[in-house]
Design a protein around this ligand. Structure first.
Ligand code: HEM
Length: 187
């Protein structure tokens, strides 16, 4: 019999908020640090190092998050009150995973195509290419990051709708606390 719980596993809660912070950080560094800095700027290699290492950490934590999500008990699926919307939500959540992995993959591919591991992490001293936009993967990376911002905005709006309009305390499910539901509850 499946264990009934009222919240996600504490490890999943930790990973959720840590990833929220890291992904927001990667977007801020990407849009306001990298895209706004020309490749001849000597500071750029340091910003790239931070962004690329952070992006790889995001991928590693996403894989762990996925495994933990599969192996631990989850609360019953939340309902928005609109059956058609409820059918889309799981697709949206899987889409989120795919989008993040695709963003990391295109960033990683750009790094490989531009020979960045040697320049950024091994200190080869070689200059950066004049621009990264010659690589289609870089162009895709930029578009995917914009779509990701849209997904995050929708995700936050949906969470606030549940919390403050439906008042079903959805945010509490993604926080720490007692998880077990007593067998008599909800009967
Ligand atoms: C979820 C993870 C990531 C997010 C959210 C993210 C986000 C961004 C954003 C917003 C930009 C600027 C896009 C634009 O203005 O068009 C960018 C650029 C870039 N990112 Fe990422 N990125 C991630 C992971 C990675 C990884 C893993 C790598 C490489 C290992 C990487 C390498 C790059 C490179 C090389 C650029 C181009 C910088 C430039 O054109 O000056 N990114 N990223």
């Amino acid at each position: 019999m499946k264990t009934r719980v009222s919240r996600y596993h504490p490890l999943l809660v930790t990973l959720h908020w840590l990833l929220a912070l890291l992904i927001t950080g990667a977007l801020v560094v990407g849009f306001f640090g990298l895209a706004a800095t020309p490749n001849i700027d000597p500071q750029k290699i340091g910003v790239l190092r931070l962004h690329m290492a952070g992006g790889m950490l995001i991928l590693g934590l996403m894989v762990i998050r996925f495994v933990v999500r599969m192996l631990t008990a989850r609360p019953a699926r939340a309902t928005s009150g609109h059956p058609s919307l409820d059918r889309i939500v799981p697709l949206f959540h899987y889409g989120f995973y795919v989008l993040i992995v695709a963003t990391v993959a295109t960033g990683f591919a750009t790094g490989i195509l531009a020979g960045l591991p040697a320049i950024v992490f091994a200190g080869s001293g070689a200059p950066l290419p004049p621009s990264f936009t010659i690589y289609p993967t870089r162009v895709a990376h930029g578009y995917l990051a914009v779509v990701l911002v849209g997904f995050i905005a929708l995700h936050v709006v949906a969470a606030f709708y549940h919390q403050f309009s439906k008042k079903d305390r959805l945010l509490g499910r993604m926080w720490f606390g007692r998880r077990a539901i007593s067998p008599s509850a909800g009967q």
